[in-house]
Ligand binder design. Structure first.
Ligand SMILES: Nc1ncnc2c1ncn2[C@@H]1O[C@H](COP(=O)(O)OP(=O)(O)O)[C@@H](O)[C@H]1O
Ligand SMILES: Nc1ccn([C@@H]2O[C@H](COP(=O)(O)OP(=O)(O)O)[C@@H](O)[C@H]2O)c(=O)n1
Length: 655
């Protein structure tokens, strides 16, 4: 499977010119095709879904041309029914094309077969077919009742002037009926049964029908009447607005990554409902500015969780579910049942992938509650052939963790240049000095862990005990019976460790293991697995993921040389072997473990020798590291010395 690795990112800032809206593009293409006259369509979206619609229209005898290699098209309207009366159409996974063409073709007087990809055949269409049959449409299911593929024969129009359609499955059914109604030549009233979801998409439909000369009378959200005698007429030329759903990823990036990020192509004058995504982001604490044709998002502090109904913006709401990872507290997304019948079951897909990152997720028939983890975990994200899954989850990299996006090309459905656009407004963090790191390396029992944790507390920084990851690998190997020289199996273990660091404690596979980890037996095992290059590589990204604002203090053997070579301050902390053995002895006795001083000294010297002699990341003082010899220093003195080194460097930079 193809994948894209996104490096940890620190901030987002910049301006994006949005591609055209998918919803508007496909409605305009169908309206231009059905209209009398020629339409100049400007800035059409370049994507799989629009290509599906353009190909289908060509099959149906509609002439269109593209102007050079621009996104401007000229469509010659057929003024009513399509000229080709017999056709087989393949409509991919394009819901907008499938639903609206089903309605239009059912009333066009021809024989047509409509198919899609396997997922399209799992997306219900029965409610639309039932409504069209009330008008006299002749539609058969080729496989399963209520689902594509479909076979359409010429309609035998009934006397009925009123049809009913359920409003709570997909608003595209109502859109299809509305767009097709003028083809009957008579007055049609469409009644909506139940609550109408995704209402802003109906606003888009009504707005564009008006631009093409057809007025719809409406009674709230309950009934829509398309009066008789109206035909579609080309407005001459029409401009496709930027995609407000696509804007959501960049606005969220601005809110998560500081910003400001500005999107151009949509704004307060937009006819798209998803423009209201900006309000949801604002509720979460982002700062939003808006003009007629642009929106800008930024944030000063951390976002906070919200509890809201997202029925009106189901697509953009996916972005809120991912932004919830960066919020304080839980975020509740209500009334999103339509997610279940989209490109994939989005509630399930979203819950599964958010959990991989460490989030706690509760999913219901029509809701999702997301509680962020204390720390995001790097993960490989599956995208379920759903463009929005891929785009949403790119935002996770702004949490300073590496993410792998599987099948990234699924974004082609609506936004082929998405990842390039995303890269253009974000900055990588791994090799940048944006987030300061203090790296403390040195031999066993020199006091690295003690000193590093205290320095982190003094500065309010995060703390990483890198040795714990090697110890955890050794412990996991022992528990699973993996030999300490089976490099491949150990690397696999290291890559998939299920660990949690919280409040100074460490959990492995959900069990607290902090004390067991500190035993000398595990320490010796750690030293052995740490000599294996594949294990070190497996743990590299995991360690880098701890680099999160405002800063990181970390201790180990190769923090300054390999893992964080751009660390702001590098310390080599040591003490004489006798002193270190004494310290370890006292430490173990205090914890109630049995210990023997001379054995300890021997083991420690062996470990030092092994750590220093190994071929990868050997223990030694780097040329750019400051030596801190602590044999005769107290813990407080050692901590004060590290802080002084860091502060001297900060002021030396004139920061
Ligand atoms: N400068 C110091 N003087 C005296 N004892 C110290 C000093 N630094 C650390 N210790 C003690 O030594 C023991 C080992 O320290 P630890 O942080 O576990 O070492 P490391 O992480 O280098 O293995 C701890 O009990 C700690 O309190
Ligand atoms: N960054 C690191 C950290 C630890 N290690 C190895 O992991 C073992 C345990 O590390 P630790 O820091 O917990 O051990 P102590 O120094 O506390 O004894 C050491 O013997 C090192 O060989 C490493 O190779 N690289």
């Amino acid at each position: 499977m193809e994948f894209l690795d996104l490096s940890p990112l620190t901030r987002a800032r910049g301006t994006i010119q949005l591609p055209g809206s998918k919803s508007i593009s496909n409605r305009i293409l169908l309206l231009s095709a059905l209209a009398q006259g020629t339409t100049d369509v400007r800035s059409l979206l370049d994507s799989d879904d629009t290509r599906v619609m353009l190909d289908a229209l060509a099959c149906l005898g509609v002439n269109w041309i593209r102007r050079g290699d621009t996104q401007d098209y000229v469509v010659q309207g057929v003024g009513g029914a399509f000229p080709v009366k017999q056709a087989e159409l393949s409509l991919g996974n394009a819901g907008t094309a499938f639903r609206s063409l089903t309605a239009a073709l059912a009333l066009c007087g021809g024989n047509y077969t409509l198919r899609g990809v396997p997922r399209m055949h799992e997306r219900p269409i029965g409610d639309l077919v039932d409504a069209l049959r009330q008008l006299g449409a002749q539609i058969d299911y080729l496989d399963n009742a209520d689902f594509p593929p479909l076979k359409i024969a010429p309609a035998q129009l009934t006397e009925a002037s009123e049809v009913a359609v359920r409003g709570n499955v997909s608003s595209q059914f109502l859109t299809g009926l509305l767009l097709a109604a003028p083809l009957t030549g008579k007055s049609i009233t469409i009644r909506v049964i139940g609550e109408l979801i995704s209402r802003p998409y109906i606003e888009i439909t009504l707005n564009l029908m008006r631009r093409f000369g057809v007025e719809v009378e409406r009674d709230g959200w309950q009934a829509f009447t398309v009066p008789a005698g109206q035909v579609y007429r080309s407005p001459g030329s029409i401009y496709v607005e930027g995609d407000a759903s696509s804007a959501s990823y960049f606005l969220a990036a601005g809110a998560i990554g500081g910003g400001p990020v500005r999107v151009e192509g949509v704004g307060s004058a937009s006819i798209q409902g998803d423009i209201r995504f900006a309000e949801a982001l604002q509720q979460m604490g982002a700062t939003i500015a808006m003009g007629g044709n642009w929106v800008e998002a930024s944030a000063q502090g951390r976002l906070h969780g919200i509890d809201a109904d997202f029925n009106h913006i189901p697509d953009a709401a996916m972005t809120i579910a991912v932004a919830a990872l960066f919020a304080q507290g839980s975020t509740m997304l209500r009334n999103i049942g339509s997610w279940r019948v989209k490109e994939t079951d989005r509630i399930h897909a979203m819950a599964t992938e958010l959990r991989k990152l460490g989030a706690t997720v509760e999913e219901g028939a029509d809701f999702l509650r997301v509680t962020p983890p204390v720390q995001l975990q790097p993960a490989t994200i599956d995208t379920y052939d759903d463009h929005r899954m891929a785009m949403c989850f790119s935002l996770v990299a702004l949490g300073g963790v590496a993410v792998r996006i599987n099948d990234p090309k699924c974004v082609n459905k609506t936004f082929p240049g998405y990842f390039e656009a995303f890269a253009s407004i974000t900055q990588r963090s791994v090799m940048s000095t944006d987030i300061p790191v203090i790296a403390i390396d040195g031999p066993s029992a020199s006091g690295k862990g003690t000193v590093a944790a205290l320095v982190a507390r003094a500065l309010g920084f995060h703390y990483l005990d890198s040795g714990a990851l090697y110890r955890l690998t050794a412990l996991a190997a022992q528990r699973r019976g993996v030999a300490l020289d089976d490099e491949a199996a150990l690397a696999q273990l290291a890559r998939n460790l299920d660990v949690r660091f919280e409040g100074g404690e460490i959990w492995l596979d959900g069990e607290r293991v902090s004390d067991e980890l500190r035993t000398e037996r595990i320490g010796n095992g750690a030293s052995k697995v740490a000599a294996l290059p594949a294990v070190r590589t497996a743990l590299l990204e995991r360690q880098r993921a701890f680099r999160q604002a405002p800063g990181l203090v970390t201790d180990g053997r190769d923090m300054g040389s390999v893992v964080f070579p751009d660390a702001a301050t590098k310390i080599f902390l040591t003490a004489s072997a006798e002193e270190r053995a004494q310290r370890r002895y006292k430490q173990l006795m205090e914890k109630g473990f049995d210990a023997n001083l001379s054995n300890l000294l021997e083991e420690l010297s062996e470990r030092d020798a092994r750590d220093a002699a190994r071929s990868v990341a050997p223990l030694k003082q780097g040329a750019d590291a400051i030596l801190l010899e602590t044999t005769h220093l107290s813990i407080d003195q050692a901590v004060a010395t590290v802080l002084a080194c860091y502060q001297a460097r900060q002021s030396g930079q004139g920061a």
